[in-house]
Write a protein that binds this ligand. Structure first.
Ligand code: ATP
Ligand code: MG
Length: 331
């Protein structure tokens, strides 16, 4: 049996360039080689968007269209929606016994997200979402997980749970997984230059942004505030335009040269921003054209079929888990 892949996105908005480099490009190459599952994590989205179910519904379809627009193919990849697979929530409950509160508190991803979100009082659902994520990955027996860098600590936690579960219940039914990062860019910075590009932070270029908006966002990008005249020496580190050229310009040698010239002085921000805009246009135009070929009705049909496949897989896996845990059956 070929390796299984599982990844997910939260339907909290449309997908952006961070998703593209962080996860979608690897998913595109994996769908030809492996059994790939892609989940729309609507229940996880509720952990911080519980007051906005309409946004979640709308985003499920937008994210579905984003998948199709980049070339993910329902004949090769199974797409499904988290809330439609009840076995995931059962496994989350069992896993909750194996993870301590302090272990979650120490998780760097959760720590950073809690700081950013400034909840008055932290909801249990949000605090414990890494446990539910571990259930998603392990129930589908995924061993490869193409994700951005922010997910790595969560995958380490998943593997801790797997080892603990298998040892405790003397079974091998859960598999450890490995994060697959994009070597070229595993964390795309937002146009603000402060945080990673994120749907929730309003600092991302979306795959479906009209090109004039893309241009506006490129020209808003944080560069080096001390690089006032073209002849001034500029800083490359922390410069968002260079981070995006590193991620998207097809000729990396040219980027190396521009960095040297920029540091010496003599290369203008406008010149570089125009090059970046052209690179992004070349990338996004075909994606946006493909998006036009699909409708929400197509997405609904694809998800309907995918959920049915996913439920069958999940049902077999949860039976193994119950057996290992000696949970009685009264059917
Ligand atoms: P939210 O703000 O709602 O958390 P998000 O933009 O962080 O949304 P997620 O749905 O949480 O997106 O992430 C889905 C996948 O995309 C994860 O694998 C994550 O690592 C990856 N990803 C998201 N943002 C980036 C980024 N800026 N750079 C690289 N990978 C990213
Ligand atoms: Mg996120």
């Amino acid at each position: 049996m070929s390796a299984r892949i599982l990844t997910a996105d939260r339907p909290t908005g449309k997908l952006h360039l961070g998703h593209y480099v962080g996860s979608l490009t690897n998913r595109l190459s994996f769908q030809d080689q492996y059994q790939q599952y892609v989940m729309i994590a609507d229940v996880q989205a509720l952990t911080d968007y519980w007051e906005d179910p309409d946004l979640i519904i709308k985003s499920i379809y937008e994210v579905g269209l984003d998948y199709l627009s980049v070339g993910l193919d329902p004949l090769k990849t199974t797409f499904f929606v988290q809330s439609q697979i009840p076995q995931l929530f059962e496994l989350t409950t069992y896993f909750s016994n194996l993870v301590s509160k302090s272990r979650l508190e120490r998780n760097p991803t959760i720590k950073a997200e809690l700081e950013q979100k400034s909840f008055g009082s932290v909801p249990m659902g949000f605090f414990s979402y890494p446990i539910s994520q571990a259930a998603d990955i392990t129930l589908f027996k995924a061993t490869l997980v193409p994700v951005g860098e922010d997910q790595q600590p969560l995958l380490e936690l998943t593997n801790e749970i797997v080892r603990k579960f298998n040892h405790l219940y003397q079974t091998g039914c859960l598999l450890e997984c490995q994060a697959v990062l994009n070597q070229r860019c595993s964390r795309l910075i937002g146009i603000c230059g402060q945080h990673k590009a994120s749907k929730s932070l309003g600092n991302a270029i979306f795959l479906s942004d009209p090109l004039p908006i893309v241009k506006e966002k490129v020209f808003q990008m944080y560069t080096d505030p001390n690089h006032i005249r073209v002849s001034d020496p500029g800083k490359v580190e922390g410069n968002v335009v260079f981070a995006y050229l590193d991620a998207f310009h097809p000729n990396s040698q040219e980027v190396v040269q521009w960095k040297q010239e920029y540091e010496k002085g003599g290369l203008g921000d406008v010149y570089l921003k125009n090059i970046l805009y052209k690179d992004l246009t070349d990338l996004l135009e075909p994606i946006q054209e493909r998006r036009q070929r699909f409708t929400v009705k197509d997405v609904k049909e694809i998800l309907y079929q995918g959920c049915s496949v996913a439920r069958t897989v999940a049902n077999t896996a949860i039976q193994e888990v119950r057996q290992a845990m000696k949970i009685l059956s009264f059917e």
